[in-house]
Design a binder for this molecule. Structure first.
Ligand SMILES: [Zn+2]
Length: 162
């Protein structure tokens, strides 16, 4: 439910589902298939690339996450490394929040994962590299753009009768 009810576009939700179900074609999955790959994470070039690393432990992804939190006036310390799985960490992020807040956080998280993945692919398949701050800016713009698109439809919907 945290994926499908999130404030995010379907492409991000599908990506989140693939990540939680271990279906991303990260280096650890490519080696199983015998496909060419670089074993190191292209974002930080410090650790083997796995879905858990890319989504939860990579310092590059965490820098995007922390930047997004700071724009949201949230200066809480990141503790993703204390959790064994993405899902466990994600649950801890939203526990005790209202339903509306959860959908917003879930959407933000999915946009971060989606844009970290796009940057990972950009580095593998092109010569272009963005900084974490540039990726964070794109992520924020994606998130706000979806919000604006949803809200621009609201005035056209007739109010519910009392
Ligand atoms: Zn990394």
């Amino acid at each position: 439910m945290k994926i499908w009810e999130a404030h995010a576009e379907p492409k991000c939700k599908l990506f989140g589902w693939l990540a939680l179900h271990g279906k991303l074609l990260t280096a650890d999955m490519l080696v199983v298939r015998g496909w060419p790959h670089d074993p190191l994470c292209p974002l930080c070039v410090r650790a083997p690339e796995t879905t858990e690393h890319l989504c939860k432990d990579c310092p590059f992804t965490m820098a995007i996450w922390n930047q997004m939190k700071s724009w949201d006036n949230d200066d809480s310390t990141d503790i993703s490394h204390e959790y064994h799985s993405i899902s466990e960490w994600w649950d801890a992020m939203i526990i005790g929040k209202t339903n509306k807040e959860q959908k917003r956080i879930n959407g933000c998280f999915l946009y971060i994962l989606w844009n970290a993945w796009k940057e990972r692919n950009r580095r593998i398949f092109t010569v272009r590299r963005l900084t974490y701050l540039e990726v964070a800016n794109i992520t924020r713009e994606d998130f706000l753009q979806r919000d604006r698109a949803i809200n621009s439809f609201r005035p056209a919907i007739p109010a519910e009768p009392d």
